[in-house]
Design a protein. Structure first.
Length: 76
């Protein structure tokens, strides 16, 4: 299964510039979760919209990161 996963054609990003930018974002936005700021750094790098269901993350950065969108579950 690992071989199949590695052959999916997924590009992994983990360069020094990305890590440095993620740490700078973490400090600026007062975020402690490293994975959150890496996702934000990637969305900024690629000028992409960022969708999350994490209300805490959304509320803490929405004033600064305008490309973030909160995804909510519709209940019938």
């Amino acid at each position: 299964m690992l071989e199949e996963a590695l052959n999916l054609g997924i590009t992994l990003y983990g360069d020094k510039a990305l890590h440095k930018w993620a740490l700078a974002l973490a400090k600026t936005l007062n975020l402690s979760a490293a994975y959150d700021v890496h996702y934000l750094a990637l969305s900024e790098r690629f000028n992409a919209e960022f969708y999350t269901s994490d209300k805490r993350l959304f509320n803490s950065v929405k004033e600064t990161i305008t490309s973030i969108h909160l995804v909510t579950q519709n209940r019938l």
